[in-house]
Design a protein around this ligand. Sequence first.
Ligand code: IMP
Ligand code: MG
Length: 419
Amino acid sequence: MPATAIIGVQWGDEGKGKIVDLLAQKADIVARFQGGANAGHTLVVDGKKIVLHLVPSGILHPQTICLIGPEVVVDPEILLAEIAELEANGIKCKDRLFVSNRTSLVLPYHKELDQRRENRASKKIGTTGRGIGPAYEDLVGRRAIRVASLFSPLTSLRDQIDTAMRQADPAPFQSVLFAPSKIRELNELQNSLPLIADQLQPFVMRDMTSFVNEALDADKHVLFEGAQGALLDYVNGTYPYVTSSHTHPAAICTSFGVAPQRLTKIIGIAKAYTTRVGEGPFPTELHGKKAEQLRADGAEFGATTGRPRRCGWFDRPAVEYACKISGVTEIILTKLDVLARQPNVRVNSSYQLRDKRIGRFNIEDISEYFANNEINFPDWETNSSVNARYYIQTIEGLLDIPIIAASMGAEREAMMWLK
Ligand code: IMP
Ligand code: MG
């Protein structure tokens, strides 16, 4: 299967990193297509935890080429720090990790704007503060500084940054980004860019589009690694509580210039329960002891921000919707082991809106729905392995999509292959 997509079918943090790492054993290329350092993929190898924000989760397998695609927004400092950490751990990045010259840069002013807007907003999104929204605004606003621009003469690069900042920063903010105290920071940034360009230069690839298409022509196995989840897509997710990139497989096509019919397999990654970080509707959310237990057992704290994740039961209509819009052909269920210490486990299969029962996820009304959580798995902890199998069968039946594997822990070996 040459072109496989790995897509989160909830609100992110489904455990995609572990699955990409596993499937990368048989991949020639692992390619990240959207998002930025808002993502946090936690890998556990030989008991050692590695958190990646930008580098694709295939990097641990020496035979794979790892690509950071044109529609990713790259914070060069974070990327360089990740490369340095990997290399310090004996994982070679040179000649096998590449970032597209078309990729847009996340610069300090994006982070400043992101955080400032959040602080001021009456309705907060709960962003990761990594500058993702403002960086994508610059991209569609046609003023982004792309990786290729790093190699233009410094005076022209300075002009580009100046123009981008003035357009990105609405009039009332100009006094902020261009305040006298900030000018020094800006100068420092501009002066540091030639060094960043030098360090990044060996990893920059021109025309990644041809590279990927030619690899597919040659029947190479390309694994496209998604970040965040389908419900955080900025058009078809729970808007405005979303991220600023498209999180579904169509973004593979727009990012890499790969035609839709080239995608052969779309694997949806679903956690056995649901989590969400940041604000926004979450019908199956739990509070109190049950939520705390899930959070503790599942280590549900953001890999990027350390924030405690909101936790709740598996939401059948939400996952069904995410699978539908993503064209998911098979599912891998993750973190099933985390349920083991719950006395009983529930799954939601319909919502309640006053006296109406609703079986479908619907972005427009979702914030008014209550979950019925009508499917009960009693006495889970007394017989968790039998329950786990029954749980997989139940979810497979509800979604009518094959579940090919279930992950039972963070380690590579902790997998139950079913198909
Ligand atoms: P932003 O992507 O930083 O702009 O954040 C927008 C929303 O997406 C917030 O609710 C974040 O918590 C959420 N988000 C962004 N990246 C991730 C992720 O990798 N996992 C889970 N939630 C995320
Ligand atoms: Mg994550």
